[in-house]
Design a protein around this ligand. Structure first.
Ligand code: GLY
Length: 557
């Protein structure tokens, strides 16, 4: 029996006999793990709103998908509240410790020390996830935090069956996890990979979640948990202090807004680059009639728009609390028109010809996303991360909290390319208390009739995936199509057009190559998009979960 069937049976048992089954569906939830989707519905059934459900799904993902996000990480929640139209973006991105220094990952010759910003306690930034959960529940939920955290606490205590995706990510980081006894004890089985479907129990994590349920923000950033975190991190060579934990707060930002033909876009604000890069690329593309354009030209134009928008990412984007980002200019239609004029129909623009800093920057590929909408249009798009699969690999003793390695999303040194090859510079340099630049792109797309909520993990490719989905929406397709789309991606540097199997036909590959694009097949399918949609006129909901993952999308009560 496959993992999906096992979990589907479990979920149907959960919903079996619910009185709401005979009522019209009220909520759509799509997440990367069936138990997280189930946690959301459990809270809706307890009288929670979509924001309570979002707390439950986020906390559940922290337990059942520890490779992607967790209490030791951070993330973003994009919210829309129907009753007053409020739209806000909760930024709970991790922050560099106050003792962090710009050159902390460089040797005496100024060279990046391999893995120092990726593995172990020194790679970990101050987590934002617990603060984000508390903020979301206190400001927007209607149930007590303890109620919304209950499913996650139960999953952590009683355990859950691990699937193939978990095992694949575990395999990728097993050598690292082995180095830390606490991590090995929790995630490995006598130092080896556990068997598929074996039960993962996390009692320490259940305790930490219970402390947050009991004491809110202080349950994690103060008291015993904080002491244990600080002691463990210090012993393992990290630089966290009590002042870091005391100071951490999630903040609300104004979402980035844009328009593409009749689509209204609402997306992530800095400290993520997602919204600005997405809207800038759409602004460039809005000058073409892509629906009437042949496949080769369409893909060429989309690639060129990606190239230019990611180029600006590398030059201008970072934590807006630390640098001035020319947001208005980057989102301006005239600015996009100028970039559009630089695109030649007949040939690719070599990235080296775009002016500015070509120095490489860093970014991870893991992460998770979920989308929720109800029949009133209340909605949440949330993308959460601990960066690489299983983050830094380091669990703070006694807490069950796996720490992030989000420090790697800073530009440790201009000019040095990381495993993912994004480029950046001074705007995203390390500074004490600064948030590192992200690509997470939780997004709403709206027409007069429809509202879509979507996003995906995938490091630097997140933004191009959301872009392709937005263009597919513009073509009249729905969530099933967006999550299934074969994907292609250009991020300015490296100057390659990467494509999934099936994304480009033979003829398209040949023609794009002839235009000067350097084509590279993706080594594996990427992304795990979770999307939901409300049709306002038909009062219907739809949901879809990427077939590349093991998630579950449900339209229910
Ligand atoms: N660590 C992945 C991102 O923030 O984009």
């Amino acid at each position: 029996m496959s993992f999906k069937i096992v979990i589907a049976l479990f979920i149907s048992a959960l919903f079996w006999g619910q009185p709401a089954l005979c009522q019209p569906p009220k909520v759509a939830i799509a997440s990367a793990h069936p138990l997280a989707t189930a946690a959301g519905f459990e809270i809706i059934n307890k009288g929670g709103n979509v924001f309570d459900a979002a707390v439950a799904v986020s906390a559940a993902l922290a337990v059942v998908e520890p490779s992607g996000s967790g209490l030791g990480g951070g993330g973003y929640w994009l919210l829309h509240r129907a009753k007053d139209g409020l739209e806000t973006f909760i930024d709970a991105r991790e922050k560099a410790p106050l003792a962090a220094q710009q050159n902390m990952y460089l040797d005496k010759d100024g060279k990046v020390i391999a893995k120092l910003s990726l593995d172990g306690a020194l790679a970990a930034a101050i987590p934002g996830m617990p603060a984000g959960l508390v903020h979301l529940a206190e400001h927007y939920g209607q149930l007590p935090l303890a109620t919304s955290l209950a499913p996650a606490i139960r999953y952590a205590k009683t355990g859950f069956a691990i699937g193939n995706r978990h095992l694949k990510q575990l395999k990728f980081r097993a050598d690292l996890l082995k180095q830390y006894p606490e991590s090995a004890r929790i995630f490995l089985s006598e130092g080896q990979l556990p068997k598929a479907f074996s039960i993962l129990r996390q009692p320490d994590l259940a305790h930490t979640l219970s402390e947050i349920a009991r004491s809110g923000h202080a349950g994690f950033y103060g008291g015993d948990i904080a002491e244990q975190l600080l002691e463990s991190v210090k012993l393992a060579g990290g630089i966290w202090t009590a002042a870091d934990l005391e100071a951490y707060q999630a903040v609300e930002r104004k979402p980035i807004k844009g328009q593409y033909h009749d689509l209204k876009i609402t997306s992530a604000a800095p400290s993520s680059s997602g919204g600005i890069v997405l809207v800038e690329a759409l602004n460039i593309l809005s000058g073409y009639d892509l629906q009437k354009t042949d496949g080769i030209t369409r893909k060429h134009l989309i690639t060129e728009a990606m190239r230019r928008a990611y180029h600006d990412r590398s030059l201008y984007l970072g934590d807006a609390d630390f640098i001035n980002i020319p947001v208005n200019r980057l989102l301006d239609a005239e600015y996009a028109a100028g970039l559009r004029r630089s695109i030649a129909l007949g040939h690719a623009t070599p990235s080296s010809q775009l002016s500015g800093d070509n120095s490489p920057q860093k970014e991870g590929t893991n992460t998770t996303h979920f989308s929720i909408i109800d029949d009133q249009g209340n909605r949440v798009a949330a993308t959460l991360s601990i960066n690489f699969p299983f983050g830094s690999g380091f669990v703070a003793k006694g807490t069950g909290v796996l720490l992030n390695d989000e420090m790697d999303d800073f530009a440790s040194s201009p000019g040095v390319m990381n495993g993912y090859g994004l480029v950046g510079g001074a705007a995203n340099a390390i500074a004490p208390g600064k948030r590192m630049l992200s690509s997470m792109t939780p997004t709403f797309i709206e027409t007069d009739q429809q509202v879509a909520v979507l996003g995906t993990p995938g490091g630097s490719r997140i933004i191009s995936m959301v872009l392709l989905a937005a263009l597919d929406f513009a073509d009249g397709n729905g969530p099933d199509s967006w999550v299934r789309l074969p994907r292609y991606h250009h991020q300015f540097m490296p100057d390659v057009l990467e494509y999934e199997l099936g994304a480009l036909t033979d003829a398209e590959r040949q023609a794009l190559g002839a235009k000067g694009h350097t084509l590279k097949p993706a080594r594996y399918p990427y992304g795990d998009m979770q999307a939901v949609m409300l049709d306002k006129r038909q009062h219907s909901l739809a949901a879809a979960s990427d077939k590349r993952g093991e998630g579950l999308a449900v339209v229910g009560h």
